[in-house]
Design a protein around this ligand. Sequence first.
Ligand SMILES: *Cc1c(COP(=O)(O)O)cnc(C)c1O
Length: 405
Amino acid sequence: MTEKCDSRFYKDMEDIYGAHNYHPLDVVLSKGKGIWVWDVENNKYLDFLSAYSAVNHGHCHPRILKALNEQAKKLTLTSRAFRNEQWPLLAKELSTLSGFQMVLPMNSGAEAVETAIKAARMWGYQTKDIPEDKAEIIVCADNFHGRTTTIISFSTEPLYRKDFGPFTPGFRVIPYGDLDALEKAITPWTTAFLVEPIQAEAGILIPPDGYLKRAWEICRENNVLFMADEIQTGLGRTGRLFACEHEGVVPDVMIIGKSLGGGAYAISAVLSQREVLGLFSPGTHGSTFGANPLACAVAREALQVLQEEAMIENAAQMGDYFMARLQSLKSRHIRAVRGRGLLIGIELEPEAGGARRFCEALEEEGLLCKETHEHVIRFAPPLIIKKKDLDWAYKRIKKVFKELD
Ligand SMILES: *Cc1c(COP(=O)(O)O)cnc(C)c1O
C-alpha cells in the first residue's frame, strides 16, 4: 500500500456512504493529544481550529478522560424520569461559576438556542401580555445559531435556507452592530434580542466598542431580554469566561455549549436568573439525553480543569501575543487581522483567491485550520497552547503567505 492509500480509503468510503453536508479538508484524523492531532498515515498536525472551539481543553485531556471513564463504568443514562447524582452538582457548579441562578441542560448548541427561544417566548407571554402567537425576537444579520428549521428561519445565509422552508415566523433581522436599528425594531410584542458577542462563523466580526453595553441598556429600557449566544465565544475562548464580560455586560439569558463537554462529549446549557428559566414547569420542555450523568461528569471536570489550569488567562495572554505577531505579517493578500483572545480571523482581499487554498497550504505545513465563509481564515487553537507552539505556527503561516503571494 502506498502512503496516501489509507486516507484515500476512508475518504472514498465517506464520500460514497456519508451524506455530503460538509466540505472537510482531506485529512483523516485518528489520534489526538493536547494541541496535536495525527492522521491515519501518522502525520502530525497542530490543531488550529479546536473543533470550532469544542476542544478548548485540547484533545483527550487526561483528567477529562478519567472523569469520562470513571462515570462510564458507573452510570451513563437515566433520562429525566429519574434523578441522578451528577446533574445537581453540575447545575450548582455552573451556577456558582457563571453567577446565573438556574441552568437548563441540553445536548447540542442548536438545542440550547431552541430552548432559549422557547424560554423567551414563554417569558414574554407570561410577563408582558403579548397576544398569543405574536411574540417577536430580534436577531442580527449574518448570525449563526445552529441548523434546526426554526433557527435557519432567521438565518440570512441563503445556503442554509434554500429548499428548507416553510420557516418559523416571529423573528426580525437587523444589521449587526447597529443600535438605531435595534431601537427601531422593538415593538410591544418584542420579547428578546438574540446576539453573538462576536460573530465567529460570519468571519470573526467584532461589533463596535460599546455596542453590547448599549444594546443591553436598550433591552433593559424596553423590558426585552438580552440573550447572548456564547456557544463558541464562551468558557474562555476570548480571554474572559464570557465574551460579554469585555463590555461588562451580564445577559439575561446565556447560551453555552461546545467546550462545556471538554472536547469529549456533547452537552449544552441555557443559563439565566430564576425569573426566566424558573417559568418552565414539568412537561413544557425536555430532552432524553439532557443532563445525563456521563455528560454532567465530563462537564464538571471540564469546568474544573478550565479554572485550575488557568486556561482563560492563557487565552488572554497568548491571544495578545499571537495577534501582535500576526499584525506584523506583511502580505498584499491580507485585508485585516482581528480577534479577541484566541479567536482570531485573517480577512483576505477578494483577489487572494479565497481562504480555502491558504488552509490547504497550511495543512501541507502541518497546521490545521478552516476558512469561514470565503475570505476569512479562522485561528482558534486549544486554550492550552504555549508561546513556542504559536511561534511554530507563525513560521508556517508566514511561509504560506510568502509562497502564495
Ligand atoms: C456551533 C454554534 C452553534 C450550534 O451548535 P451545535 O452544537 O453545532 O448545534 C450555535 N451558535 C454558535 C454561536 C455556534 O458557534
